[in-house]
Design a binder for this molecule. Structure first.
Ligand SMILES: Cc1cc2nc3c(=O)[nH]c(=O)nc-3n(C[C@H](O)[C@H](O)[C@H](O)COP(=O)(O)OP(=O)(O)OC[C@H]3O[C@@H](n4cnc5c(N)ncnc54)[C@H](O)[C@@H]3O)c2cc1C
Length: 327
């Protein structure tokens, strides 16, 4: 067993997702304290050229499993390949994204290795014995637990957009090692991927998000919110109140029990600014709040605030945006 931490790169449509860089930054710092380094596993077909990018964010070595059978994600294929890489590499810990695929693959890999797994972790430190002290919200975020895994490698999935990515260092390079993996017999394969909401960027990747809360008053109230999101080429978010009311799907929920987001622009419409909502969006670069209550807590966090009825204000903002973009 080494003192290295292995980060499994999250790749979608041939591109490495930001959560990978966040994990590498943290893994490099922790492994450094343990006298080890951060390494990365890159799985897919035709992905080897991306190894340099992983080096820029802290990977000292990149294990590449380049296999046509790994072109599209499959539960069994990825779990088999990853378990095989981990057997060969023997890291102290394995970081995977708490994404749809990470959440699917990580428990399978842990079961194949016969080790424990902590899911959806939000922070890490080192204990005196160089084991990870893992921070993890439990009971729908009501309790924050600090956990230590007994087994090795210490396997975790990491919540996207929480750790923050380091600045890339373009002077850095990594050793690239091609690894042979046995993908094994794959009994179920992905035949199609359908994007929700007409190809909208997933919330965790979006640079612009327009969200609606209880103030939209019903499913049709999301009409102007959606229109503004489209005008800005952004994604659609929501508060839990709107999701719980059944006005919009849970996949749009921002907050402690929804997605954590860090867009350049977050527009909160008819959202009061409860701590559980703020927990998911307060690190957005620019926050705009539209609310008819001047005392709404969201204004304490907003860079720009508009006090008014969202049904009057949002269409005006949309019109302005369209006119500006047409220039
Ligand atoms: C364990 C736990 C986890 C939670 N997780 C989450 C989470 O992940 N995400 C989340 O969002 N919440 C979460 N919540 C719920 C959270 O506490 C709030 O209840 C919720 O965020 C409130 O949503 P809201 O702001 O849309 O509604 P409200 O608090 O009811 O606010 C509605 C706002 O709309 C404004 N408004 C009304 N009409 C208009 C109008 N016409 N024009 C303009 N403004 C208008 C009002 O002034 C008000 O400020 C969680 C709660 C718990 C206990």
């Amino acid at each position: 067993m080494s003192n290295n931490i292995l980060v499994v790169a999250e790749v979608r449509d041939g591109a490495i997702k930001n959560v990978t860089f966040e994990m590498l930054g943290k893994a490099a710092a922790l492994a450094g304290e343990m006298g080890g380094v951060a390494e990365a596993a890159l799985l897919g077909s035709g992905v080897a050229s991306q190894a340099d990018l992983l080096a820029q964010y802290g990977a000292r070595k990149v294990y590449v499993a380049d296999d046509p059978a790994l072109e599209t994600y499959s539960s069994e294929g990825y779990a088999n390949a990853l378990a095989s890489i981990i057997h060969q590499v023997e890291p102290a810990a394995v970081f995977m994204a708490a994404s749809a695929t990470g959440k699917d693959a990580a428990p399978r890999v842990a079961a194949r290795l016969g080790v424990g797994l902590e899911s959806d972790c939000t922070d890490f430190a080192l204990d005196g014995d160089e084991r990870l002290l893992i921070t993890r919200p439990i009971y729908a975020g009501k309790v924050i637990a600090t956990v230590k895994l007994k087994s090795t490698p210490q396997m975790v999935t990491v919540r996207p957009n929480v750790l923050g990515a380091p600045e890339p260092d373009t002077s850095k390079t990594a050793t690239v090692e091609k690894v042979a993996v046995d993908v094994g017999e794959v009994r179920a394969k992905v035949v199609d991927l359908l994007m929700a909401e007409g190809g909208e960027v997933p919330l965790t990747e979006a640079t612009i998000i327009v969200s609606g809360g209880r103030g939209v008053k019903g499913p049709e109230g999301f009409g102007p919110i959606r229109a503004l999101a489209r005008a800005l080429a952004g994604s659609l978010g929501a508060s839990r109140a709107a999701v719980d009311a059944g006005w919009i799907d849970h996949s749009h929920q921002v907050g402690q029990t929804g997605k954590t987001v860090t867009p350049n622009l977050y527009v909160a419409c008819g959202i009061s600014g409860a701590i559980q909502h703020l927990a998911g969006m307060k690190t957005s670069k620019v926050i705009v709040a539209i609310n008819r209550d001047p005392e709404a807590p969201i204004f304490n966090y907003a860079d720009y605030g508009i006090v008014g009825d969202l049904f009057a204000v949002v269409p005006l903002v949309e019109k302005e945006v369209k006119e500006l973009l047409a220039k």
